[in-house]
Design a protein around this ligand. Structure first.
Ligand code: MTE
Ligand code: MO
Length: 333
């Protein structure tokens, strides 16, 4: 048995969800990869050129920050380090930033001093076939030993920098800039003080607000409205939230262990990696919610949430949950 980093669960057999952007920027230009910035030899490499280089194959484990893992993914491609050697780095380079050919120019970065240990690859194939477009084909970065958000899909630019440039997820969503799954480096610290959080909570209206890592354990919040809010990594452990409205709320990696959520609404909410162990979910509504990596019981099947015939879950929800979660939820769907 391979070891799993803390608080990760294995997705159902053969499943591999498409997370984040689903497709590259529309363009008829040929695929190229540029290496530039603090290098002696700037490069613009074509896909053919890259594919003609010595290929390596690696079987590795994917760990998404939203708590699902996929073990034994077989990738084929080239070593990033070999490209950087060719480019000859300037001694002032300290960071490498990766940008996608995507509508938002999605990007992420790594520290150069971490590269030798991480030895990232640029993958063209998965499981013996061309990498699918949704998963970053024709070429994506694959960084083993970091949460998967560091593995930029549709890689187009590699820029060497003296100072770090915070990536799209890291800067925009508070994902940790190191992202080592073994250290559980999921999120940066919240920018809000406890007092400011308390103030927002006591109004009972969080609708439309963006608060990273909200601390709301053991609170009693009557008629909470958090519709359309961004509340990644919120903590509502043991709180009274009966009838709360979380429709279209982003609650990635939120903690609802032992919370009272009778009749709460999570319609179209993003609940990737959310934890509902031992929560009271009688009459709660999960229609249209995203539940990759979410948990309703502990992975050994114990410490389960309380559901009833009025809890609204959908068959599609079972698809990308771990086996233990599926077994637990099945009777209620
Ligand atoms: N261009 C691009 N790359 C990206 C993302 C994205 O939104 N755009 N999402 C990241 C995140 S958070 C994850 S978990 C993985 C998801 O890869 P997958 O869709 O192949 O599972 O891609 C990473 N790379
Ligand atoms: Mo992710």
């Amino acid at each position: 048995m391979r070891e799993l980093p803390p608080n990760q669960a294995i997705v159902a057999d053969g499943k591999w969800p498409v997370i984040g952007e689903a497709k590259p920027r529309a363009s008829s230009a040929p695929w190229t990869l540029s290496v530039f910035g603090l290098v002696k030899n700037k490069q613009v490499l074509t896909l053919e050129d890259l594919r003609a280089r010595p290929q390596i194959e690696r079987t590795l484990d994917i760990h998404c920050v939203t708590r699902w893992s996929k073990l034994g993914a077989r990738f084929r491609g080239i070593r990033l380090l070999s490209l950087l050697e060719e480019a000859v780095l300037d001694p002032s380079a300290g960071f490498v930033s990766f940008t996608a050919r995507s509508d938002v120019g999605h990007n992420s970065s790594l520290k150069l001093s971490d590269l030798a240990a991480l030895d990232p690859m640029i993958a063209f194939e998965y499981d013996g076939e061309a990498l699918g477009t949704g998963h970053g084909g024709p070429m994506r970065l694959v960084v083993e030993g970091r949460y998967f958000y560091k593995s930029v899909k549709w890689l187009e630019q590699i820029e060497l920098l003296a100072e770090d440039r915070l990536g799209t997820w890291e800067g925009g969503s508070g994902y940790h800039n190191l992202g080592d799954p073994w250290q559980e480096q999921r999120f940066m610290a919240s920018g809000l003080s406890r007092k400011e959080m308390q103030k927002a909570l006591s109004s009972g209206n969080l609708s439309g607000l963006e608060i990273l890592s909200l601390l709301a354990d053991h609170c009693e919040i009557e008629g909470l409205n958090a519709e359309g809010s961004l509340l990644r990594n919120a903590s509502f452990r043991g709180s009274q939230l009966n009838g709360a409205r979380f429709n279209e709320c982003n609650l990635c990696n939120s903690h609802f262990q032992k919370a009272q959520l009778r009749g709460a609404c999570f319609i179209d909410a993003d609940l990737e990696g959310a934890n509902f162990e031992e929560a009271d979910l009688r009459g709660a509504d999960f229609r249209g919610a995203r539940l990759f990596g979410a948990s309703f019981c502990s992975e050994n099947g114990g410490r389960g949430a309380l559901l009833d015939a009025h809890t609204k879950l959908e068959l599609a929800h079972l698809e990308c949950l771990s086996d233990a979660q599926r077994q637990f939820l099945k009777p209620w769907i």
